[in-house]
Structure formats: structure tokens, C-alpha cells
Design a protein around this ligand. Sequence first.
Ligand code: NAD
Ligand code: MG
Length: 384
Amino acid sequence: MTRSISLLGATGSIGDSTLDLIRGDRDSWNVVALSANCSAEKLAKLAIEFDAEIAVVGDEACLPELRQHLSGTSIEAAGGQQALCDAAARPVDITVAAIVGCAGLAPTMRAIEQGNTVALANKEALVSAGEVMTAKVAEHGTTLLPVDSEHNAIFQCLTGNDLDDVRWITLTASGGPLRTKSLAELEATTPAEAVAHPNWSMGAKISVDSATMMNKGLEFIEAFHLFPVGLDRLRIIVHPQSVIHSMVEYRDGSTLAQLGPSDMRVPIASTLAWPARMDTNCRPLDLASIGELSFFSPDEERFPATRLAREAAHAGGGTPAVLNAANEVAVAAFLAGQVKFTQISAISARTLDNYAPPAPNSLDDVLAVDAEARARASEMLEIA
Ligand code: NAD
Ligand code: MG
């Protein structure tokens, strides 16, 4: 049986892993839409290889280049935010939402409105929209499957169990490449050092988020929305080997964990095949060669991001969207060499102090909070 699929963010790291799985099982998939922000040449190549119906660039300025690379094919080319949303609304069995940042929110919401299955990698969209997204999922009867390795692990550990029986959900964090650095060393960290993740190969933004621990902060909020056990039952533990991807402890004292190699093809495959399983050619887990697993409490003095995220989750309403937007602005400024590594969390904290947003009730409300928070965070860059 062939299933139809759209992939938003096809040229990124999650996009690469997803297409690698589809390539290995080509006859099972009918690719509808592929999108990128601008990488027109790469997007066109993929659209041709996977015989997509439509290729879309979010940045309309890149459309002429995309058209040129697709000339002579029957693949449609489109550009701009509206075209991206329209492509996301084309009916498919499953959409993989893998755009980075709040930029992925509007197209992901359009995919959710189809009422089929959305495999969500784009955590910033859920963090920003929160209840606006979960209400949309409920309204349309959509199946939302988590791609993020931790949430995919939790999802697997919860299967067949009752949320009321959960004592704790524990998100594991690798701690990133700077886990053992002093505050002075953190301050002097360069973008190249921050993106050099020891276990995972990922896009630049999430790699910096892993180094600041904001990735775990965003994941804490993501988990709160995906698995409604309440904030008091969510915990974070640092586990540098990234072998246990997360755990659920039940009231009888049993803890279920999901283990696997640090390869995003494993959680992506679990969403593509769900509720069945599919083959992957990922390197099998070799516990004997890993030898030891270790665990530490997070240090929120050196890495305040998880504290900021917990506070934002408790505040609720539009506050997580402010945190996410400020972090996106600060990470981009850090990657551009404009601010120091330690200023990323400081800018997020100051933006949160400076802006008490209204509680959003719609996608437009979320986007308005996001825009205002970006403007305020950008002002902070001037004085940072
Ligand atoms: P990436 O930077 O490698 O790729 C991002 C994709 O989004 C690219 O296709 C890019 O063209 C597109 N894009 C970027 N900005 C856009 C815009 N403004 N409009 C439209 N498209 C845009 O990122 P990634 O590492 O693949 O991460 C994608 C998402 O998955 C992020 O939300 C990230 O947090 C999440 N995630 C990634 C990993 C991983 O291992 N890479 C793991 C867990 C979760
Ligand atoms: Mg993760």
C-alpha cells in the first residue's frame, strides 16, 4: 500500500534523515510537497528524485532559481509564505513538520487542519502555539506523533499505559558540547565550538540550543503539551551518552525507558511506520562498547535556560512564545558573531521581564506575540 507524504523543511537535517528512510522504501511512498526556505538547487534535486507534486520555497526571492532548476519537469514550483501554507494543506496521509523555528508554525497548523497525521519535529511551533495547536489537533482529530527523540521515547513508553498512573516523565539531556565548561569558558565560546555536538548531527540552531540547554527547556514545554501529566511530573536529567532517550516512571515503581543509537532516523522511522515498525539501516546499539551510562542533575547556574523554560511554562499563555522568539533572535545573533554565548539566555530572560504578552487564542494572536517579542529581543541586542 502506498502512502502519501509531505515534508516541510526537506533540505534540513531532519529532512535528510526522513528522505533517507523514504529512499530505502521508495515504493511505499508517494511524495506530494517538499519545502525549503531557499536552497533552491537542493530542493529541486530532491523534488526530481522523489517525483514530488510540488516544491515550495518559503522565501519568494528564491522562486526564480527553483523554477529554473525544475524547468522541463512537470513538478510545480511555488514560493512565499502563502504558497507554503497552501502546499501544506494539500491532502496527505502524513506530514513531517521539520522547518526550524516559529517560521514553521503556520504551515504546520495547515497540515494539522487536514485531520490526518502530523509527525512533529518543529518543536518551536508547539512551544509558541501551545494550547492553540493542541486545540486544533483535537478539533480536527489529527494524530500528532512526536519526532523529537525524547518525546518519541516517552510516546513509546506510554503506549498501553494510563497517564494517571505516571509518577514522573524524565527527559534526558546530553548536556551538549559545553557541559563541563566553567562560566568564564562559556562566555568565550565561539559559534563553531557551540555547534560541535558530541552525539548528534543537527541543524545550527538546535545545536546552539543544545549547548545552552534551551533545547531541553523547549522540550520541557513541548512535553507539557504532548503528555498532559502536569508540570510537576516533568523532570530533566543530564545523561551525556544519549543512549536512553527518555523515561517514564509509573506509580508502581516501574520505569520504562527507550534506548537507541543517536540517529534521528530511529524516531522518524517510528512515526513513519506507526503503529507498525519499519526497517532502518541504523547502526545497532552496542551497549558493551558504550560500557557505562551516567546521569547528573542539570546545573542551572551555568545553564539557566531550563529554569527560564520552566518559569515560562508555569506562566503559560503567550509567555512560552516570548521565550522562543527571544531565543531565536539571540541564537541568530550569536551565530552571526553579534553577541556572546552567555548573552543568549540573558537576552531571553530580559525579553521575558520586559514583555507580558496577552494570552493567544488563535494562530494570528501567537504570531503577533512572536513578532512583538522578536522586536523587543532585537532591541536588547543593541544594548547587549
Ligand atoms: P535545519 O536547519 O537543518 O533545517 C531546517 C529546514 O527548515 C530547512 O529545510 C530549511 O530550508 C527550512 N527553513 C528554515 N527557515 C525557514 C523559513 N523561514 N521558512 C521556511 N522554511 C525554513 O534544522 P533541523 O536540525 O533539521 O531541525 C528542524 C526542526 O526539527 C527544528 O525545529 C529542530 O528543533 C527539530 N529537531 C531536529 C533534530 C535534529 O536532529 N536535527 C532533532 C530533534 C528535533
Ligand atoms: Mg530532542
